[in-house]
Design a binder for this molecule. Structure first.
Ligand code: SF4
Length: 460
């Protein structure tokens, strides 16, 4: 993050329209989720099952990955391993170049956004057409996504109408949702029909069979995974599930937690290549990009269980006010606050673990029970441990240790604090202390009590 979360959030908070858009959108999805979750008496058992499966995957990830590679090969596909974003982009670009095509259609995929695949392909002279409506809006606006599930959540329909009028050359377009969707549909249909290569991400990848699964709401994913001759799927290594029956759990948890629906409108599953049906070439790029480092951290590794449902975003009081762009990453909200610092390093994204009130709402809604507050606190500890304390902080700590080491000095310090603090008390609180401006800017302190408990007890 160039700017850090506090500065970016401060900027976002000044945008009243953005806050209104976010409030309406997050509260609508939140209410839908609560209603469909309440329908399931076994919701807690489902969450527990989801967590258990993901824990097993993470415990035996090396075995499951090899099993997946063999299964994809048996089904006529090919697996490519990518250590980092650069390697993954290079593999995809080479695969596209080998087809002789210069345009690809793409299914919405956070993983490809994480590795900045569109930019890498553009630098190689390959055009990428985003086919998800919200991703298309962001692409036309030249903006990044601001929500995992609803990338254009920060825009209302008047803003989208103006964008389509300008970028799609439709001056008479109204802001009716039906008309906006139709304009996007016509724009995309032509691209689907001429595309020879598609790129997708994956919600799940099944180790036992080599099957890849994408869930979506618009049918664009189905077009991308069936019409082109070549399909390239980029998958983070944590997306594996052991067997097809495990999908039963996640395909119940995911739609209810994300869109507040009982099931996804489109669930596409494909296994390798089938002669005469669908793509003739199928490639999977398995991406690490920092994930094995996350796996090595005992507390942080639970982050890899995330199924990207976005429920934690929709209940987060911080996200609701700042929106996604303030997080400076494709992963916004509570999941972004724990995933980005682990993938990029706390030295680069060290302000994100503080983008939370630790209220715990994210943990309560997470369908795979990731203890987000626990990971946030753990990461804050790492930020502090990795940033060497300033000279004045070290001196202050030494002084405190010296004072606390003797009862006599401690009592004296209390007396001094009582007298010395008085000039700074305003309205019963210490608002600001000289030399501690940055710390007291966001905190009010109680003045030192008039008498200690021991003195009070002795005077009874
Ligand atoms: S952390 Fe949990 S609630 Fe948040 S996106 Fe991931 S799975 Fe969903």
């Amino acid at each position: 993050m160039k700017q850090g979360f506090p500065a970016a959030a401060h900027e976002a908070l000044g945008d009243a329209q953005l806050r209104r858009n976010l409030w309406v959108a997050t509260h609508t999805i939140r209410a839908k989720r609560a209603a469909v979750v309440a329908e399931r008496a076994d919701w807690e058992e489902l969450r527990e099952a989801g967590r258990t499966i993901k824990r097993r995957v993470l415990r035996h990830l090396d075995d499951y990955l090899l099993q997946f590679e063999q299964a994809v090969g048996r089904a006529g596909g090919r697996v490519h391993w990518a250590r980092d974003a650069e390697e993954a982009c290079r593999v995809v670009a080479e695969l596209v170049r080998a087809t002789g095509e210069r345009e690809v259609v793409k299914v919405k995929s956070l993983t490809t956004d994480e590795i900045r695949l569109n930019d890498a392909l553009a630098a190689d002279g390959i055009d990428v057409v985003e086919t998800d409506l919200a991703e298309l809006i962001c692409q036309l606006a030249g903006e990044g996504s601001s929500h995992i599930l609803v990338p254009a959540i920060h825009k209302n329909r008047v803003e989208i109408r103006d964008l389509f009028r300008e970028r799609l050359g439709l001056p008479d377009l109204s802001d009716e949702p039906r008309e906006l969707a139709e304009a996007a549909r016509l724009h995309l249909r032509e691209r689907f029909l001429r595309a020879r290569v598609a790129v997708s991400g994956a919600n799940f990848a099944v180790a036992e069979t080599g099957t890849v699964c994408v869930v979506e709401s618009e049918g664009n994913g189905r077009f991308c995974t069936t019409l082109p001759d070549t399909l390239i799927t980029v998958v983070g290594i944590e997306k594996l599930v052991p067997a097809p029956e495990d999908l039963e759990v996640f395909l119940q948890l995911l739609p209810r937690s994300s869109t507040g629906e009982r099931m996804n409108p489109y669930t596409s599953l494909w296994t390798g290549v089938t002669p005469g049906d669908g793509p003739r070439e199928f490639h999977v790029v398995l991406l690490d990009a920092g994930r094995t480092d996350v796996l090595a951290d005992e507390v942080g590794r639970q982050t890899l269980a995330c199924i990207r449902c976005s429920a934690c975003l929709n209940v987060c009081p911080v996200y609701e006010r700042t929106g996604g762009h303030a997080y400076g990453s494709v992963y916004p909200g509570p999941i972004g606050a724990i995933l980005t610092p682990q993938l990029q390093g706390v030295d680069r994204a060290g302000t994100l673990p503080y983008a939370s009130s630790l209220c715990g709402a994210c943990y309560e809604v997470c369908p795979v029970k990731i203890d987000i507050p626990e990971v946030l606190v753990h990461l804050r500890g790492r930020v502090v441990a990795e940033a060497p304390p300033s000279r004045s902080e070290r001196a202050a700590m030494r002084l405190l240790a010296w004072v606390f080491a003797s009862e006599r000095r401690y009592r004296l310090a209390q007396r001094l604090g009582r007298l010395g603090g008085r000039p700074f008390v305003r309205g019963g609180r210490i608002r600001r202390l000289p030399g501690l401006g940055a710390w007291t800017d966001s905190r009010d302190l109680r003045p030192v009590a008039g008498e200690t408990f021991r003195d009070w007890w002795a005077s009874r």
